[in-house]
Design a protein around this ligand. Structure first.
Ligand code: ATP
Length: 227
């Protein structure tokens, strides 16, 4: 279980995330839903270990500030962090080495096949479409065999085919037992994806819902009622 306890993040004078707590049970998809500036990316980056924060981030009873926990979160950023001078294959190799990942050559080959990158392995980062860059980011995240995978606004800038594939990926990851956290401002994109949803506004969670508890229209009311 991914457990966030009283997470608070200030950027100088801006209180971006204010005492946020939530839980995503193992093997479920959690959605952070909210308008621009609500604090979603800040939460995702804090969990990914990219920001200093106050509060607790726990995974399976372990605090995420420990070194081991850092290897537990796979992070897929909104804007894929691609190196112009590295090929697709080298991006994944870089992460593999940096994290001393236990993934085998066969498993890497299977990832490339699954994400249809086999024929693009020698292409440079800047030669790819946004959708393909995102697939490389997903392979990099999965190369550390994460227990939790974090997607920050993953649907932005993708065409309908790429969005469909991304949704299939998220559900496939969940079905394989990976816990998934997705940030988005696009409710219509995640209607058929979520197990637990956290509606955010101005740095706070204003509603936490499970799929069983909520009809889509309740969320629309909550989301579009935000002032
Ligand atoms: P978006 O989808 O627009 O990124 P978000 O919900 O992910 O929105 P955040 O990016 O987490 O929101 O931003 C939350 C608040 O923190 C906003 O007021 C934003 O301006 C501010 N903020 C984010 N990053 C920084 C930063 N590096 N320095 C200063 N303020 C920041």
């Amino acid at each position: 279980m991914l457990e966030i306890q009283n997470l608070t993040k200030r950027y100088k004078k801006t209180l971006a995330v204010d005492q946020v707590s939530f839980v995503v049970p193992d093997g479920q998809v959690g959605i952070l839903l909210g308008p621009n500036g609500a604090g979603k990316s800040t939460i995702i980056k804090s969990i990914a270990g990219l920001l200093r924060y106050e509060g607790g981030i726990g995974i399976q009873g372990m605090q995420a500030k420990s070194l081991e926990a850092k290897k537990i979160f796979g992070y897929v950023p909104e804007i894929p962090a691609m190196f112009d001078a590295l090929t697709v294959r080298e991006h994944v190799e870089y992460i593999r080495r940096a994290y001393s990942a236990s993934i085998t050559d066969e498993e890497v080959a299977a990832l490339f096949e699954r994400y249809e990158l086999d024929d693009k392995l020698d292409k440079l980062g800047n030669e790819l479409s946004k959708g393909m860059m995102q697939k490389v980011s997903i392979c990099c995240a999965l190369a550390i065999k994460p227990k939790v995978i974090l997607f920050d606004e993953p649907m932005v800038g993708l065409d309908p085919k790429a969005i469909k594939e991304l949704k299939e990926t998220i559900l496939e990851l969940r079905d394989s037992g990976t816990t998934v956290l997705v940030s988005t401002h696009m409710l219509e994109m995640v209607k058929d994806l979520w197990d637990v949803m956290f509606v955010m506004d101005k740095g706070k969670i204003i509603a936490s819902l499970t799929k069983e508890e909520a009809a889509d229209r309740d969320i629309e009311e909550l989301f579009f009622g935000i002032t």
